[in-house]
Write a protein that binds this ligand. Sequence first.
Ligand SMILES: CC(C)(COP(=O)(O)OP(=O)(O)OC[C@H]1O[C@@H](n2cnc3c(N)ncnc32)[C@H](O)[C@@H]1OP(=O)(O)O)[C@@H](O)C(=O)NCCC(=O)NCCS
Length: 445
Amino acid sequence: MDLQRTTECEGALVSDDNNSLTVRDNRTGKEYDIPIADGTIKAADLGAIKLNDDEPGLATYDPGFVNTASTKSAVTFIDGDKGILEYRGYPIEQLAEKSNFLEVAYLLVYGELPTKEQYDSWVHEITYHTFVHENVKGFMQGFRYDAHPMGMLMASVGALSTFYPEAKNIHDPENRHIQIVRMISKMPTLGAWAFRHAQGKPYVYPDNELSYTENFLSMLFKMSELRFEADPRLVKALDVLFILHADHEQNCSTNAVRSVGSSQVDPYSAVAAGVGALFGPLHGGANEAVLRMLRRIGSKENIPAFIEGVKNGNEKLMGFGHRVYKNFDPRATIIKKACDDVFEVTGVNPLLAIAQELEKIALEDEYFIKRRLYPNVDFYSGLIYEAFQFPPEMFTVLFAIGRTPGWLAQWLELTQDTEQKIARPKQIYTGDRKLTFVPASERWK
Ligand SMILES: CC(C)(COP(=O)(O)OP(=O)(O)OC[C@H]1O[C@@H](n2cnc3c(N)ncnc32)[C@H](O)[C@@H]1OP(=O)(O)O)[C@@H](O)C(=O)NCCC(=O)NCCS
């Protein structure tokens, strides 16, 4: 499309299409009409704006993609101002209350709620692919005794690509389906074995008679009993936590999965990249920081002094604030309820009282009100995980298991999106140019 037009003073036609942006390049006096669609302009359209034909056109500079849409997606909708999170159009509150993780996984991956037959076959498939090749067990056992479980998870999920080399046939729908099933099935096995490894305990094989979440708890905690029976309230709470973490549109790890997946590599390698991104403290690690903070505060009496410190800019109130949610994080409300259910079984974590008081004080304080800072999903999730007796290193592994269907739904969407290209951002080069190389033998004389 030819976007360039002459300036108004030169008598240019004004476009009657209101759905466009008129840009005037003051360097040349030229004006350009750039179409607007879905509240965006195409960055490539800016390429037509140039000083002369020999120069590259205008580009945008957007570190961290704060205002750049990298894809069209029909998976997850978020309205941060209104506190709305929907998977495929269904509100998170309804899914957390009335659905279960595997049904939500199906919904995310295939875009619609399953029929009874589809659901039964999906659950059957996921349940019967939970075992991994014995060699996977062998190499997991080769990790150092104190290996971080996220490192083990990242390596082992990536290694699955070597067990299923056909996974590289990403344009074959049947093949894509089986790899998706395998990954959702095997992530709990790998995560649980990473946990057992750190404890020096034998790995527990999957029990296919159990539900997805029950089986995961069994692989984590089973000792000599014939069958591990988890309290149904704990099973439900963990299932809800998986649902809450299942997708969150183009976050850092999903972007990593899409970026790596855009090279058309197999999905195990793409998801391994997502696990790596989630490992970082800015993404998956905030709930651990909340626990450290609550422990440091130690008792309710110390809260006012702590809040003063936050207001003076000495530190942050961890678990508060969100880049997208500016009124409330809908997931935090659901987690608070799950907290009550879990503590009914495990007994109350003494840190809960501090957390609740801290939340109450902060929500009434002008500093937090003015900045629209509310509890986020991480404020209470660490307390729940601790009640399950998970060490903090496991928190992100739980997040990764929950996020796997979301990563795969986004990956599947990517493989079928004809507008996608290999991810390859531009840069603004700031280094030297055209230096003359002097060999070391002369430089070091
Ligand atoms: C999540 C987070 C990174 C979002 O950051 P953001 O959208 O870039 O918001 P900003 O950093 O621009 O913060 C806006 C203002 O609120 C303050 N603020 C944000 N989060 C705060 C917190 N948790 N405690 C105290 N002040 C906070 C900032 O200092 C800033 O104040 P200023 O305007 O006086 O400078 C941020 O709120 C944060 O670090 N929270 C704590 C960590 C956390 O819980 N992360 C998990 C997210 S799910």
